[in-house]
Ligand binder design. Structure first.
Ligand code: NAD
Length: 416
């Protein structure tokens, strides 16, 4: 669905925020502070194309809240990455860093561009121009970008290099870098691995074991690809359907995920994989399964399709994949949802590890990264589960309540 309407996650999250703010009795002035962004920059990004003509794009960096530390969040290249989407995603980053109790605030960036037709040289020039225009508000103790949709370690290497010009070698200014430039071991798979860590805890509580469980994953990029790989290889789950932007593939017996990963590494869409049956992206969401993991873009589960999901549980790998209206429908159907800023927090947690390693000029072993990530994810999950049980609210409301209370406390201590 490349031409789906722009995500409305900025607006649709407000009822979810309010439910939690009511639960913890948040004052009106703090609601106002936590609703609005601290700082926003919109920049023009002119790009000289390989054929000599110039195209002008628009880029955003929105710092939502920095009460608990430097703001942190990814940079997305997508034709629907507009102001409202970036703001909604920046807010989510504030709650994610607070929930996992890492010393960062929340930010997000994006350029409204379809990067798929761009050459590597065009991508590099666009990234460098964007970086130079937002650099005035970046820095290791100010705002630290990372990868998101359609950006990767190479993009972060260009940002690092551009930022370091005239400022000296500054690897802590951006995370998700290649290992050779100070990236952390385990960062590439961190978001997918973090989702699995949460799923293991949830599976135990729910008594819905991952071994043999039927799992559907929407999106087969950084998050969805690693998530499917780990669930298949380490947990014995049966991946019965996966999708990408071009379509979906299903196999009731379970897809051969290592072969599917080889297929997509050769830049082939999942629906041309010979080991399954091609289906539409809409039908993927109706597949009968135990765990449905949206790991693509926002607004995948809406009031139009929530009634038709045939899963027992939703685990949000993507940011804002479920609209507030769909949340209500799923709750009514008794389908629990593990919210995005809990389930997919592994990426920013390992970004935090990368930042600390860079500041200390030190490298952690992979085992250390993974075991520290496990601790953070298990602690965040347990806090959310216990709050949900004690206060008789959804996991999402519980997660918001914990995160908002932490940010509000920092705001109050700093004088708000
Ligand atoms: P990515 O660009 O690596 O992959 C995105 C995947 O989604 C691709 O397979 C793409 O083909 C697919 N896709 C796009 N539109 C689709 C559609 N309409 N239907 C089905 N599939 C579609 O991006 P990513 O880094 O894996 O990010 C995926 C989601 O996870 C985003 O919501 C992102 O904000 C969130 N997230 C990413 C990270 C991270 O560390 N990369 C961390 C936390 C959250």
């Amino acid at each position: 669905m490349p031409d789906a309407p722009p995500s409305s996650d900025a607006r649709s999250a407000r009822p979810q925020f309010d439910a939690a703010a009511d639960l913890i009795g948040l004052s009106d002035h703090l609601r106002d502070i936590l609703d609005r962004p601290f700082r926003e920059i919109t920049v023009q990004v002119p790009l000289k194309m390989d054929d000599g003509h110039t195209q002008v794009f628009t880029g955003y960096r929105i710092q939502h809240n920095g009460a608990r530390g430097p703001t942190k969040g990814g940079i997305r290249y997508h034709q629907h990455a507009d102001h409202d989407e970036v703001l909604g995603l920046a807010r989510l980053m504030t709650w994610k860093t607070a929930l996992t109790d890492i010393p960062f605030g929340g930010a997000k960036g994006g350029i409204t561009v379809d990067p798929r037709p761009l050459s590597s040289g065009e991508l590099e020039r666009m990234t460098r121009t964007f970086t130079s225009r937002i650099a005035l508000c970046l820095g290791p103790y100010r705002d630290v970008p990372a990868p998101d949709v359609n950006t990767n370690a190479q993009t972060m290497a260009w940002i690092f290099d551009e930022y370091s010009r005239g400022r000296g070698y500054t690897p802590a200014a951006v995370t998700g870098k290649p290992i050779a430039l100070g990236g952390s071991l385990g960062r590439d798979e961190a978001t997918g691995r973090g989702v699995v860590f949460v799923m293991r805890e949830f599976a135990r509580d729910l008594k819905l074991p991952l071994k043999g469980a039927r799992v559907v994953v929407q999106g087969f990029g950084n998050v969805g690809g690693h998530l499917a790989r780990i669930l298949h290889a380490e947990d014995g789950a049966r991946l019965v359907g996966v999708s990408d932007v071009d379509g979906a593939v299903m196999n009731a017996q379970g897809l051969d995920i290592p072969r599917l990963l080889q297929h997509t590494a050769a830049r082939q869409p999942v629906n041309t994989f010979a080991g399954g049956t091609a289906i539409s992206n809409e039908d993927l969401l109706r597949l009968s399964c135990d765990y449905l993991c949206p790991a693509a873009l926002g607004d995948a589960i809406t009031d139009r399709n929530a009634a038709h999901l045939a899963c027992k549980v939703v685990v949000e790998g993507a940011n804002a994949p479920t609209t507030a209206a769909a949340d209500v429908i799923l709750e009514g159907r008794g389908i629990p949802v593990v919210p995005d800023f809990l389930a997919n927090a592994g990426g920013v947690v390992v970004s935090y590890f990368e930042w600390t390693q860079n500041l200390q000029q030190h490298r952690w072993e992979l085992e250390v990264v993974q075991s520290e990530l496990l601790k953070k994810m298990v602690a965040a999950y347990a806090a959310v589960r216990d709050t949900a049980r004690d206060r008789k609210v959804s996991l999402r409301t519980a997660a918001y309540a914990i995160a908002i209370a932490r940010v509000a406390e920092a705001e109050k201590l700093r004088g708000s």
